[in-house]
Design a protein around this ligand. Structure first.
Ligand code: 6PG
Length: 255
């Protein structure tokens, strides 16, 4: 079954507190149920929104040894480059929590975009074999425990941009983009079949710049043509929670 929730926060502090509580509860649930917790990060403001997980009480309460950390998308740049999502997450979050380094799966930054995507998919397949990542019996794609996504003002999620052929990839787990409309141009990205097989997605969308895409995605009765990537986030068997603020839902709530 698939469930959808929308939470509108008054203050960024409250959003960050709620996101930390949500992630910590899921960490405890999956660590108990399967001895591992697979978490998928993105770039952007989402990473800062995770900061309360690295503070008390979560810093001590979470069993970080169960965490396995992935990226839903990554810019194909060196790991220490200012544009790297890995660097952003390391600086803002991962360096502050005791996740074993061997359980943090960065892309191979020595490869091309195609190579990095293929290599990442091979890494995921190995982790399925080892039992770290589950497979969805429904979709036959990998099922991550918690995916943390942002959304661009154009409605993109991961590196799946409106009108780009990568949006329609339905075989591969991980694909590449060489002409991202938002720099840097070269990316690797999870595909929709993988995103939509997740157990939980937290979609963190704040600010007035997102109001148009939020309105299109969440208002009732719109046409199904020309779906924005964010409208293609549709869990087969999981829970999608929108973590938003008032500016992001301003058009939605004015109607
Ligand atoms: C990128 C960005 C992008 C980002 C969204 C939301 O791939 O170039 O990282 O995908 O996650 O645009 O970003 P904000 O939450 O910072 O607005």
């Amino acid at each position: 079954a698939s469930r959808k929730k929308l939470i509108i926060f008054d203050a960024e502090e409250d959003l960050a507190a709620s996101l930390a509580k949500h992630a910590a509860a899921l960490s405890a649930k999956f660590a108990a149920e399967r001895g591992a917790f697979t978490v998928v990060l993105s770039g952007g403001s989402l990473v800062k929104a995770l900061r309360k997980l690295a503070e008390p009480p979560y810093l001590e309460a979470v069993d970080w040894s169960k965490w396995h950390v992935f990226w839903v998308d990554e810019r194909v740049v060196p790991k220490d480059h200012a544009d790297s999502n890995y660097k952003l997450a390391s600086d803002e979050f991962l360096s502050k929590v005791p996740i074993p380094a061997s359980q943090v799966y960065a892309i191979n930054d020595a490869l091309s975009a195609e190579g990095a995507a293929e290599d990442y998919e091979a890494c995921l397949k190995q982790l399925v074999k080892n039992g770290v990542i589950e497979m969805s019996p429904v979709t036959e794609f990998p099922k991550f425990d918690l995916m943390l996504l942002g959304m661009g003002p154009d409605g993109h999620v991961a590196s799946l941009f409106p009108g780009h052929p990568a949006v329609n990839e339905n075989q591969k787990w991980v694909t590449f983009v060489k002409d991202s409309p938002k720099p840097p141009p070269e990316r690797m990205t999870f595909t929709f079949p993988v995103i939509n097989s997740s157990a939980y997605i937290a979609l963190v969308v704040t600010g007035a710049g997102k109001a148009g895409a939020v309105h299109k995605a969440l208002s009732e009765g719109q046409s199904t043509s020309d779906l924005l990537p964010v409208e293609m986030v549709s869990l087969r068997d999981g829970e999608l929670t929108w973590f938003t603020d008032k500016p992001a839902v301003s058009i939605l709530s004015s109607i």
